[in-house]
Design a protein around this ligand. Structure first.
Ligand code: ADP
Length: 170
């Protein structure tokens, strides 16, 4: 289980897609559970209260658990703001690599990929992670990628290096 965490716009989805392609190209069975896609399907109807966020993460962890039980590498890319939920996911995983996509809030806000930071600042969205909702950074992630300093390619390579170093990949 390769578990991305980080603020909206920190680069989780972008790096996850590159990583997925690299693994697929190496004939590694891989699935990507992207936060936005999960919320459109598996978690449709859930909001952004702490309870709903926790439910969303539990569902992702559960599906990831089923997939990896069958030998599939699972990449998840959801904000997963709460440390306790990430630890729960870790407990459900056979093997767990937490990847902290880290860029300063100001950089994520400047990117504003989906225009959500502007809406949150304008008060049109309430409870937006990093603005008026908590983000608890991982104290000891297996991999940290500073996406304001590394390229997408370098970030994906850093994860691959960790997978090799940990014996999950040759
Ligand atoms: P998230 O999934 O964390 O919300 P996205 O991957 O959707 O973030 O958006 C990150 C944005 O930042 C993309 O537009 C991406 O092109 C850009 N970006 C710039 N540099 C990097 C980098 N080094 N790693 C990842 N994304 C980057």
């Amino acid at each position: 289980m390769i578990w991305f965490t980080g603020l909206s716009g920190s680069g989780k989805t972008t790096i996850a897609h590159v990583l997925e392609r690299k693994l697929a190209d190496a004939d590694v069975p891989v699935e990507l559970l992207d936060g936005d896609v999960v919320r459109e399907n598996l978690s449709k109807g859930l909001g952004f209260s702490k309870e709903d966020r926790d439910t969303n993460i539990r569902r992702i962890a559960f599906v990831a658990h089923l997939l990896q039980r069958n030998g599939t590498f699972v990449i998840t890319a959801a904000i997963s703001p709460y440390r306790a939920m990430r630890e729960e996911a870790r407990m459900m995983a056979k093997d767990f690599v937490e990847v902290y996509a880290n860029a300063p809030l100001a950089v994520c806000e400047e990117r504003d990929v989906k225009g959500l930071y502007a809406k949150a600042r304008a008060g049109e969205i309430k409870g937006f992670t990093g603005i008026d909702d908590p983000y608890e950074p991982p104290p000891a992630p297996e991999v940290e990628v500073r996406t304001d300093q590394l390229s997408v390619e370098e970030s994906a390579e850093k994860v691959i290096d960790k997978l090799i170093e940990s014996g999950y990949l040759k």
